[in-house]
Design a binder for this molecule. Structure first.
Ligand code: ATP
Length: 346
């Protein structure tokens, strides 16, 4: 695995996790975890509550030891059958869910906390605050800052020691929804500017897709699929993943090679399939026209578009329609497939 140096003085290193298992007592929490994060890229660990995301992050940080397998940062084995590097020697920064600033320390002292005593007086505190755009707040106390500013101070504290890898555990979950998207965009830009390798935990699909160059979808201690957000969304490896990462119709159908017959008519398949299948159709791959056998039973207006639920022969079908179209409950409609090809599961 190569290293990559960035303008911010950070030598981004990749992360490799190989065959990692972890139990707590009788509870198996992680099974055969394999993943690889290239230097300077970001990986989202996405999954429902309790699937083991935080445990995996803590293993990479060195806050837990694997029962089996190996964890590498760059070319160095940090944890394995014959190696153990303690967390403070891994050059890995971690940002926790609550971003936990020390209330009795100034912004500058908070940021300097993870540095050697000699370095605290040096340029690193200012450099780190500069990177997050808060150099002018160095003498302020945390309770005089907005929520978004506090998040940025916590981020500056994590990057001040110039870690090779930054780990973030649900970094935006404590912010209210109005603030969350703005802070997320700021952090996104900063991670790109820093060129740092980052791994972050989230149960929010949108957050994983927006921030992750790659997304690892986890359930019950396993990685079910790992790939780019586009791969995961467009070619999910199971119906469960398809519905976990977005709205989807799973339509009963009959495959006959490259096509399947469904309640929305015949449609092309990504891979040839015969017999009974569940066909995965995203709502944006369907279009509505006036008059037809379908009955609009629900509309949800989002501003940028609207979701229309259509009863087609007893099947409820979701259709994402342009917001300018005026669909209402009770409308009679027809539904047509406008996508390129659909995935089917036997
Ligand atoms: P959430 O999104 O709710 O934070 P998660 O996917 O991050 O969940 P983990 O926190 O990794 O999940 O927990 C995975 C499982 O391991 C859970 O069943 C949890 O109760 C268990 N677990 C985690 N840490 C410990 C521990 N120190 N001792 C015993 N069980 C633990």
């Amino acid at each position: 695995m190569t290293n990559a140096s960035t303008d911010a003085g950070i030598a981004a290193r990749g992360v490799d996790v190989r065959g990692v298992n972890k139990s707590f007592g009788d509870t198996d929490v992680l099974h055969e975890i394999d993943l690889s994060v290239e230097p300077g890229t970001s990986l989202a660990l996405l999954g429902p509550s309790g699937c083991g995301k935080t445990t995996l992050l803590r293993l990479i940080a060195g806050l837990e030891r694997p029962d089996e397998g190996e964890i590498m940062v760059g070319t160095q084995v940090m944890a394995g059958s014959s190696a153990w590097v303690p967390p403070e020697k891994r050059n890995v920064g971690m940002v926790f869910q609550d971003w936990a600033l020390f209330p009795h320390l100034t912004v500058g002292k908070n940021v300097g906390y993870g540095l050697d005593r000699a370095e605290r007086k040096g340029p690193r505190v200012h450099e780190a605050l500069d990177m997050v755009g808060l150099a002018n707040l160095v003498d302020r106390m945390p309770d005089t800052l907005s929520g978004g500013q506090q998040q940025r101070v916590a981020l500056a504290r994590a990057i001040a020691p110039r870690p090779s890898v930054l780990l973030l555990d649900e970094p935006f979950s404590n912010l209210d929804s109005a603030l969350r998207v703005g802070v997320r965009t700021e952090v996104h830009r900063l991670l790109i500017d820093l060129g740092i390798t980052s791994i972050f935990v989230t149960h929010d699909q949108e957050e994983a897709f927006v921030l992750g160059d790659e997304v690892a979808v986890m359930t019950s201690g396993r990685i079910e699929q790992i790939g780019s957000p586009q791969d995961i969304y467009q070619t999910p490896s199971s119906p469960w993943i398809a519905s976990f990462v977005g709205d989807v119709n799973l339509l009963k159908g009959t495959g006959s090679g490259s096509r399947a017959e469904t309640v929305v008519g015949g449609l092309p398949l990504v891979t040839n399939t015969t017999g009974a299948v569940d066909v995965l159709v995203r709502p944006e791959d369907l279009a509505l026209e006036r008059n037809g056998p379908g009955l609009v039973t629900l509309t949800e207006y989002y501003g940028h578009d609207m979701m229309v639920t259509v009863d087609l022969d007893g099947t409820q079908v979701l259709v994402r329609a342009p917001a300018r179209a005026e669909w209402s409950r009770g409308d009679q409609v027809s539904v047509t497939y406008i996508g390129d090809a659909a995935n089917a599961f036997s």
